[in-house]
Design a protein around this ligand. Structure first.
Ligand code: EPU
Length: 343
């Protein structure tokens, strides 16, 4: 199935729910059909078309009307493509809802995805964004990504080791941005217990329930998230709006002398650096729960900006810029958005 929509409001396709007119949106669920359409368009026009790729729209903010074509996968399918005694390889279509995959894998008793429960995302975006929560990142379970190369319309496969995964970063935001349209992601899940319980209050939450299974951990993660993070179905948001900066240790130590309660985190593979919590800085500035017009800062987690209803993308950006300025003035730290801003 291919669906071509013209001059539409993108609000229902994003979790922020800000309105913007979009010239064209193509939805697809069949790779051959999509390839045929792209080839036909290439033939018809000598100029290469630039396509913007959207997943569940949970990490994207449109700030203005958009003249161009957006491609969105609605392809579904979860398929076991390999297994041995310890591992199962699961290939999932890019348009699957990520949390449906986590629920499925927990129901199978497989380990690896449970800490990433309830993250609003498509499967394709788990690889683009290297989504992460509670001490686990998508890169820890991704084995391979399949994509259509929009330059020459061939189907490519890229191993996780080649994806340049970093903190909320990957090759799909770098060298292959706008070029690789992800069609499926293959995850490597474990049949033997591999619990990661060391982040924040996860361990006591799991111990309270006594259910040390993938499903038990999933339920604990969902309970913690529900207390802190707004449900995009109830209030427009895109999860964390900003990234947590990774800074040289001496800069963080100087900050900790001024602010002894400031949380800091070790960064795997970068012993000379520490990560600090942007949510804590915004909270310390007194922004938590504040509202400016139709936009605001979530009442339980200052890293999340919200659309109280009817906000324009530009209002969200104006609030974000104001917060960035204040963080810089007080802490001397530059923060950057985690959300992809489309202008
Ligand atoms: N904090 C505050 N006030 C706040 C928010 C946070 O003091 O308003 C403090 C917390 O008490 C804690 C520290 O800051 O000591 C970190 O907070 P939290 O554990 O909630 O995590 P985060 O750094 O704010 C990151 C991810 C989240 C992920 C959580 C849990 C980023 C940008 N965000 O948030 O991911 O769920 O850790 O692992 O890395 C997302 O990417 O959209 C997202 C929600």
């Amino acid at each position: 199935m291919i669906r071509e929509l013209h001059n539409i409001d993108i609000a229902p396709y994003t979790s922020f729910g800000t309105s913007a007119r979009v010239e064209e949106l193509i939805e697809w669920d069949n790779c051959e059909e999509l390839l045929a359409l792209l080839a036909q368009r290439r033939k018809a026009s000598p100029h290469p078309t630039h396509y913007t790729i959207l997943g569940e729209g949970c990490n994207t903010l449109f700030t203005d009307n958009f003249s161009g074509t957006i491609i969105r996968s609605v392809a579904k399918g979860i398929e076991i493509v390999g297994r041995n005694k310890e591992e199962v390889l699961v290939r999932v279509a890019a348009g699957e809802i990520w949390d449906d995959v986590v629920r499925w894998s927990c129901e199978q008793g497989l380990w690896g995805a449970e800490n990433l429960s309830a993250i609003p995302s498509s499967v394709g975006a788990t690889a683009v964004q290297n989504i992460g929560a509670y001490g686990v990142e998508a890169k820890d379970i991704i084995a391979e990504v399949e994509y259509i190369d929009l330059k020459d319309l061939h189907i490519g496969h890229i191993a996780a080791s080649e994806c340049a995964f970093g903190y909320r970063d990957s090759i799909f935001k770098g060298r292959l941005a706008g070029q690789a349209l992800i069609t499926s992601v293959t995850y490597r899940l474990s049949t033997t217990p591999k619990p990661h319980l060391d982040y924040g209050t996860l361990r006591p939450e799991v111990e309270r329930s006594g259910n040390l299974t993938p499903m038990g951990i999933r339920e604990a993660v969902m309970a913690i998230r529900a207390r802190k993070l707004p449900d995009p179905k109830m209030i427009g948001n895109a999860g964390s709006f900003f990234k947590n900066p990774i800074l040289p240790r001496n800069q963080v130590e100087a900050l900790r002398r001024l602010y002894p309660t400031m949380p800091t985190y070790e960064v795997a593979g970068q012993p000379e650096k520490l990560k600090i919590a942007t949510g804590w800085m915004i909270d310390t500035l007194g922004w938590k729960g504040k509202r400016v017009g139709n936009v605001g800062v979530h009442s339980e987690q200052a890293l999340v900006l919200v659309n109280h209803g009817g906000a324009e993308g530009k209002e969200v950006v104006a609030l974000a810029e104001r917060i960035c300025r204040e963080v810089k003035e007080k802490f001397g730290v530059d923060i950057e958005p985690e959300v992809n801003i489309v202008q």
